[in-house]
Ligand binder design. Structure first.
Ligand SMILES: *Cc1c(COP(=O)(O)O)cnc(C)c1O
Length: 359
C-alpha cells in the first residue's frame, strides 16, 4: 500500500476533544484509503492519504445511474488498549456479494482487509476508549466511468473513511416504528440483499412518512403478500417469545429480500450461547399485533452495526397501534446487547473467534 501521511493531521489534544464529543459521523479521521479499479488494469495499488474532498466529472456514471455499494463495520478498543475489528471478513464477503449484484468489481477479501487494517493502524488514536464507543469504518465503492451511456461501468473507485462514534444509547428510550403498507423496500430479484445506496434512496420517503406519524423508524413488510415482517430502517429485527430461561428469540428468515446483517447473524449465536431457543422464521404483522396483545411476544429489538441493539416499543400502522412491554428495554434484549458488546470490547471470551486484532 502506498502511504501518503497527512501533514495537517490533528494534534493529540484536538483529536481527543473531537472524539470526546461523541455523536455519529460528525468528524472523520486524518486519513482515508482509495483504490481504483478498471476493466483494463484491474485493482490499482491502494493508497492511504489525507482525508479530503474528491473531484469527479459531472458525467461520472454514479451520479446518473446510482451504481454504488457500501459497508459498515467497527473497531473497538480492547482492555489492554489494543484495537480489534468485529468480523471484518464477514463485511469483506458481503461487500463482494453486493458488488456482484450491482455489476461492480468484486474486491478480493485480502485487499479489503488490508485497507481496513492500514487505516486503523494509522488512525488508531481516533478509537474511543469506553464501552459502547467505537470507530465506525465506512468502505464504499462507486462507478466512475465518464459518460451517460447506460452500461456497467468499466471503472470504479473504492474508498474507506472512518468516524468516531460515541455511546449514544439511551436505555430509557425504546424506538417507535411505523409499519409501512404504502412503500416497498425490496422484492425478490431486486437489490434487497445488497448493501447499496439505492436501497436507502428509495426508503427515505417512508422514513419521512414514519416521522409524520410521530414514529422514529419505518418497518418494512414483504412486497407480495404485504404481511411478513422484514426489517426496520437499516436494521434487522428480533422478537422475544416468552420470558426467562424458556424464552425463544426469533428473527425474520432471510428470504432473499432482507439484508443479511452481521449483527443479526451474531445474535443467533449469542442468544443460543445464553441458553435461549433461537428461530429464523416468518413473522407476520398479525403475529406481531396478536402476540403483543396476548403477552406471548414480550420484547422486540432491532440490531445493526451502528446501534448494535435497540429496543423497539410502540408499533403503529394503518391497522392500529400496539405497544410491547412497558416502553422500557426488555431484560433479554439488554442481556443480549451486553453479551455482544462484551465480546466486542474484549470483556467476554470470544468463543466464536469474531475479533480480528489490528494493533
Ligand atoms: C447494514 C444493514 C443492516 C444491518 O447489518 P449489520 O451487518 O448488522 O450492520 C440491516 N438492514 C439493512 C437494510 C442494512 O443496510
Amino acid at each position: 500500500m502506498k502511504i501518503s501521511l497527512n501533514p495537517q493531521a490533528k494534534d493529540v489534544a484536538t483529536r481527543d476533544a473531537l472524539v470526546a464529543e461523541g455523536g455519529f459521523g460528525k468528524y472523520y479521521t486524518d486519513h482515508m484509503v482509495v483504490c481504483e479499479w478498471s476493466e483494463k488494469d484491474g485493482w490499482s495499488e491502494p493508497e492511504l492519504k489525507p482525508y479530503g474532498p474528491i473531484s469527479l466529472d459531472p458525467a461520472t456514471a454514479v451520479f446518473h445511474y446510482g451504481q454504488e455499494i457500501f459497508e459498515g463495520m467497527k473497531a473497538y478498543r480492547q482492555p489492554d488498549k489494543s484495537i480489534a475489528l468485529f468480523r471484518p471478513e464477514a463485511n469483506a464477503k458481503r461487500f463482494a456479494r453486493s458488488a456482484k449484484r450491482l455489476a461492480l468489481p468484486e474486491m478480493p477479501e485480502s485487499l479489503f482487509l488490508e485497507t481496513v487494517e492500514t487505516l486503523v493502524q494509522h488512525d488508531g488514536g481516533w478509537v474511543p476508549n469506553k464501552v459502547g464507543e467505537s470507530l465506525y469504518l465506512r468502505p464504499f465503492m462507486f462507478a466512475t466511468e465518464v459518460g451517460l451511456g447506460v452500461r456497467p461501468s468499466n471503472k470504479a473507485l473504492y474508498m474507506l473513511i472512518a468516524t468516531p462514534v460515541g455511546a449514544y444509547f439511551d436505555p430509557s428510550k425504546a424506538v417507535s416504528v411505523w409499519i409501512s403498507t404504502e412503500y416497498v423496500r425490496a422484492a425478490l430479484g431486486g437489490t434487497g440483499e445488497a448493501k447499496c445506496g439505492g436501497n436507502y434512496a428509495a426508503s427515505l420517503i417512508a422514513q419521512k412518512a414514519a416521522a409524520a406519524q410521530g414514529c422514529d423508524q419505518v418497518v418494512w413488510i414483504d412486497a407480495i403478500e404485504r404481511r411478513w415482517v422484514e426489517e426496520m430502517g437499516g436494521m434487522n429485527l428480533y422478537f422475544v417469545k416468552g420470558t426467562g430461561a424458556d424464552a425463544t428469540v426469533m428473527t425474520p428468515k432471510l428470504t432473499g429480500t432482507l439484508l443479511p446483517g452481521i449483527t443479526r447473524d451474531s445474535i443467533l449465536s449469542v442468544a443460543a450461547d445464553l441458553g435461549y431457543k433461537v428461530e429464523e422464521t416468518m413473522i407476520s404483522i398479525d403475529d406481531w399485533r396478536d402476540g403483543v396483545a396476548s403477552g406471548l411476544i414480550t420484547e422486540i429489538f432491532a440490531c445493526g452495526t451502528a446501534a448494535v441493539v435497540s429496543p423497539v416499543g410502540q408499533a403503529k400502522s394503518t391497522m392500529g397501534t400496539w405497544v410491547t412491554g412497558d416502553g422500557q428495554p426488555g431484560k433479554i434484549t439488554m442481556q443480549i446487547r451486553n453479551a455482544l458488546l462484551g465480546i466486542q470490547h474484549g470483556e467476554i471470551a470470544d468463543t466464536h473467534k469474531w475479533m480480528h486484532a489490528v494493533i
